[in-house]
Ligand binder design. Structure first.
Ligand code: SF4
Length: 252
């Protein structure tokens, strides 16, 4: 999705050709699929991230339901998410946080937990979010939490900007649904550790990162995304290998 090509990909698409591709004007814009009567298009933080990487891919997904081929994708993260959520659920409604994060987070797990939040933007568009977890402080303020399975040590790597927007959007959705927020959000990273006694249990490094949240960034981002969807089909991101591949093989 709009990522920088690898060295191997770059050699397939020399710099000159990449420049030419990026300057190619957008083809005549197709018409979006008709919206079923009374139905809204629901945007999400993931959708906004797609738009930031490539407005054309975003437009094609939301207006024509055309998606990039998925390829071979690991479902291991889904399994992790399920196991972690069931572990957290053991502490819901109790006076304690899960020991994995106790002492690093202020509050208790929301009980009952509301996972999905919706906010209407206008007659045609809304915004939705699905929280992994939510913590409620003693002052009745809410902190969104997202679980991340990490393939590199989260203590040594920079924050991915999309994660900041994800937490901002969860805070905004909570506020829109009359749940005042604490001004922070937590990312809980789960990263497999090295160990000489793996046979006794696989060690997992758990890292809690706490970020300030800014819900005021969210509505302008949503309105910008809607403006893209209401406009013509945007040009392709200049260095995405997928569109360059299509453009290249079309010549043969
Ligand atoms: S350049 Fe093409 S394939 Fe790549 S993200 Fe954009 S629309 Fe999708």
């Amino acid at each position: 999705m709009g990522t920088k090509p690898t060295a191997a990909q770059a050699s397939l698409f020399p710099a000159k050709r990449r420049r030419l591709a990026s300057k190619k004007p957008a083809a005549k814009s197709p018409a979006p699929l008709p919206r079923p009567a009374g139905k809204k298009t629901w945007l999400s933080a993931t959708g906004i991230e797609t738009m930031r990487r490539c407005p054309r891919c975003f437009w094609l997904q939301y207006n024509l339901r055309i998606y990039q081929p998925e390829g071979i994708v690991s479902r291991l993260a889904n399994r992790f998410d399920g196991v972690i959520k069931r572990y957290f659920d053991l502490y819901r409604g109790t006076t304690a946080l899960p020991p994995l994060v106790a002492g690093q987070i202020d509050g208790l797990l929301e009980q009952p937990f509301q996972e999905k939040y919706f906010a209407t933007i206008d007659n045609d568009y809304g915004f939705l979010g699905k929280l992994d977890e939510c913590v409620v402080r003693s002052d009745h303020k809410y902190t969104p939490v997202d679980h991340k399975t990490a393939s590199s040590d989260p203590t040594t790597r920079e924050l991915i900007p999309a994660y900041q927007f994800q937490l901002d959007s969860y805070a905004w959705l909570l506020e829109q649904n009359r749940k005042p927020t604490t001004g922070i959000g937590h990312l809980i990273y789960f990263y497999p550790s090295e160990g000489e006694k793996l046979h006794e249990g696989f060690p997992m490094q758990v890292t809690v990162k706490t970020l300030p949240t800014d819900p005021s960034r969210v509505r302008p981002a949503i309105l910008g995304a809607i403006a893209v969807l209401r406009g013509p089909l945007p040009a392709a991101a200049p260095e995405c290998p997928f569109c360059l591949y299509v453009e290249t093989v079309r010549k043969f």
